[in-house]
Structures are given as structure tokens and as C-alpha cells.
Design a binder for this molecule. Structure first.
Ligand SMILES: [Zn+2]
Length: 401
């Protein structure tokens, strides 16, 4: 009997494939400075153990692995008859993996990293991380240049050492869609959570609120406004997250959203605008992004600030209904979605909330609460802008006048 925690998640509404996933509660948040990017290479080496790729198509499996800030996961979606095969594999990489083909996989990782360098999003994201997580392993683990320096130094010996030191006792398996559980010791206690990084939450001086990056591929201006906040309390994080997500939809989803109406409809300044929110244990971030002519950056920014200041829960019921519909659609149908949603919540927050309970919570959200989260979490004092263009500097040098 193994000691790996195995957590049975709810089964999906549609019967079919089962999904099984190994979570490692350790990743780029905790990499030592001379090991930046090591988890990504480990991910490649572990997910190609036993030349598993040769079995995947033959058995009709879907397999992948991903390295995130605080965790790595290795998963399979499988027909019921091959569940034990997948579990055995995950169990092996959680106990006695081999560390072969390091050179080959390092080459693959290198190619992946280099292709990132040519995307604008990589550079704007890194610029934001430099502000929010200065001198941290999280920053290094997202910095392609740092990781490229480390890659040639990694070999099967130091990968194994790293694995022994940081992975052992930080792993658990979650499963959804299986009719009966295999012979595992079942537990509800994950016993492992990643180390939460420190995020900058202080107010930046006005002249430090615009970060310019020169990118030759950006013809006009690409702007990203980042609102940053202290972490929410664990017991209200679902409600806060859902309320924030509804507000981001009111702001920037579809042609009739608040930002779109003004920026494109009325002022004809942008082609598209997006708004995303991240409610994480280290903090809550809301990001608004758009592209515009460089000489229109100031007008766009003022228009965005005015919309936020005068926020109204426009079409609230419609946005909430669609949010609920998509929540059901993407989280209860397949075992893969369930594993992804609950598994991530388990490793990130230490426990998950069943989706029907989350849905009941969303139904209770009121328009006035959406307006208050915008006030609380989109405070102009806790905001900076990343501006990218092919020019040497940004057209404005302060966020507030
Ligand atoms: Zn990769």
C-alpha cells in the first residue's frame, strides 16, 4: 500500500473517460536562484518516463503535463479499462522515476523558451512580474534569459537530487470519473500546499506607475493596466472571485460592454479591449489590456479611468446568467474539467468547494456587490501600466495628473 494521498473528486455528468492527475505542490515559486526553470525540465523528463508516448495512442489516452507558478501536474484522460495503467505510471513518477533523456528534453525546453522571446505578451507579462515580485524565484522562473543560462547545467544527477529534496511528500493524486477506486489508501487530506510568494502591495510613486518596454514588433501601442490587491480571506475567496469575474465581463466582454462602448463605439480608439482577473493566495490582480495609436494612449487611459470611476452594473442579470451557464458547461461535464478545477483549488487553497455550492453562491450575488468590488479592487492608487511600443519611451510618464 502506498502513502500517496488519493482524492476522489465528484464524477462528471457525462459518463466516459476518467481523468487522473498527479499534483506536485512545488514549482517556480520556490526554485533556488541557480535552478531557475528546473521544474519545467523535470516536467519534460518525468512525463517521458518509460517512453510512455508509445502507449498513448495505442491505448487511446490523452496525456499532458504543465508547470505553473505553485504546482506541476501530470494527467491522463483514459477509458476505464486503462485507468490502472495510468495510475501505475503516475505512481511510478511519484516514487521512483528515471531521469533519462535530459539532453534531449533540455533541447525541447530551450526551443519552447526561445519561441516565447518573440511574443509581446511574454515581455509585458514579465515587466508586470518585475514590479509585483521583484528579485523572486517566481520572477526568475518566468524569465527566459535566466532559464536559458541554467538549462545547460542541468543533468540527470542534479535533477534527481532536486526531485528528492523538493518533490517527496508534496504530491497527491486526484481522480474523477472512475467507477471504482483502485487499491489505494483514500484520504481527504492533501497534506501539501505550495509556498505562497510575497506580492508587492504598497502604493507606487506616481512616476513609477508607467513601465515602458521597447518592442520592435509592436507597431502602435500595447497597454496593460494592472490593479493589484492584498490576498482575499480564504473563506470569502469564491464569492469575491465570482463577483470580480462578473464585473470584468460587464467591463469588457462583448460589443456592448462598458469599455468597448466607449473606447470603440463612441471614441473609436481601439479595436478590442480585454479584462481578466486572478484571485490567488498571494493577491488579487485585475488586468485591462488594449492596443491603440501611440498618440491616443492618454485619451484611452482617461476613458478607462472614467468608466471605472463611474462603474454601473450594466446588464448585470445577463452577464451573471451567462457566467453561471459557462460555469456549468465547463466544470461538470467531463472528468478532465473536474480534475482541473478541483485539483487546482486543492493544491492552491488546500481545499475545494463543490461546483453546485459555488453556483448557489453566484445566484445570490447582487448588482450592488459587483459595484463595490470594482471600487475596492480597482483602486487607481494600486495600479500601474505596462506600455509596449517600438519607440524609446511611452507617450505619457504618469498615470494620474
Ligand atoms: Zn514544455
Amino acid at each position: 500500500m502506498n502513502k500517496l494521498p488519493l482524492i476522489q473528486l465528484p464524477n462528471p455528468k457525462i459518463k466516459g473517460y476518467a481523468t487522473v492527475c498527479l499534483y506536485v505542490a512545488h514549482s517556480t515559486f520556490e526554485e533556488p536562484s541557480d535552478m531557475a526553470g528546473v521544474n519545467h525540465l523535470l516536467e519534460h523528463v518525468l512525463s517521458t518516463n518509460d517512453e510512455i508516448d508509445k502507449d498513448i495512442a495505442r491505448l487511446g489516452l490523452e496525456q499532458n503535463a504543465e508547470t505553473h507558478g505553485g504546482f506541476v501536474r501530470y494527467w491522463f484522460s483514459t477509458p476505464p479499462q486503462h485507468l490502472n495503467f495510468c495510475l501505475k505510471y503516475l505512481f511510478k513518477i511519484a516514487n521512483k522515476p528515471s531521469f533519462k533523456n535530459v539532453k534531449r528534453e533540455a533541447h525541447a525546453v530551450r526551443q519552447e523558451l526561445i519561441s516565447l522571446l518573440s511574443t509581446t505578451d511574454y515581455h509585458t507579462e514579465l515587466a508586470a512580474l518585475k514590479v509585483l515580485f521583484p528579485n523572486s524565484s517566481y520572477l526568475r522562473g518566468n524569465n527566459v534569459k535566466d532559464m536559458l543560462k541554467v538549462l545547460p547545467r542541468l543533468n540527470s544527477k542534479n535533477l534527481k537530487k532536486y526531485y528528492e529534496k523538493y518533490y517527496k511528500n508534496k504530491m497527491f493524486i486526484v481522480i474523477s470519473g472512475a467507477k471504482q477506486l483502485p487499491n489505494f489508501e483514500q484520504t481527504r487530506n492533501v497534506g501539501a500546499r505550495f509556498k505562497i510568494p510575497r506580492m508587492m502591495t504598497s502604493i507606487l510613486p506616481n512616476n513609477k506607475k508607467i513601465i515602458h518596454i521597447k518592442r520592435p514588433e509592436v507597431e502602435k501601442s500595447q497597454c496593460k493596466l494592472v490593479f493589484y490587491n492584498k490576498p482575499v480571506e480564504k473563506n470569502i475567496k469564491n464569492k469575491t472571485r465570482d463577483t470580480i469575474h462578473i464585473s470584468t465581463r460587464i467591463l469588457a466582454s462583448g460589443l456592448d460592454s462598458l469599455l468597448y462602448r466607449i473606447l470603440r463605439g463612441k471614441l473609436r480608439l481601439v479595436y478590442s479591449v480585454s479584462c481578466d482577473a486572478f484571485v490567488e493566495p498571494y493577491g488579487t490582480l485585475i488586468e485591462i489590456e488594449w492596443s491603440c495609436d501611440t498618440d491616443k494612449v492618454e485619451r484611452c487611459l482617461k476613458a478607462v479611468q472614467t468608466v471605472i470611476r463611474n462603474f454601473t452594473p450594466h446588464h448585470f442579470n445577463g452577464h451573471r446568467d451567462l457566467y453561471l451557464e459557462q460555469m456549468v458547461r465547463y466544470s461538470v461535464l467531463t472528468s478532465k474539467d473536474i480534475v482541473e478545477l478541483y485539483g487546482e483549488e486543492l493544491v492552491t487553497w488546500g481545499k475545494y468547494e463543490p461546483v453546485d455550492r459555488v453556483i448557489r453562491g453566484v445566484k445570490k450575488i447582487k448588482a450592488s456587490q459587483v459595484a463595490s468590488v470594482v471600487k475596492a479592487y480597482m483602486n487607481p492608487a494600486r495600479c500601474f501600466m505596462v506600455h509596449a511600443s517600438s519607440r524609446g519611451k511611452a507617450p505619457i510618464n504618469r498615470l494620474v495628473k
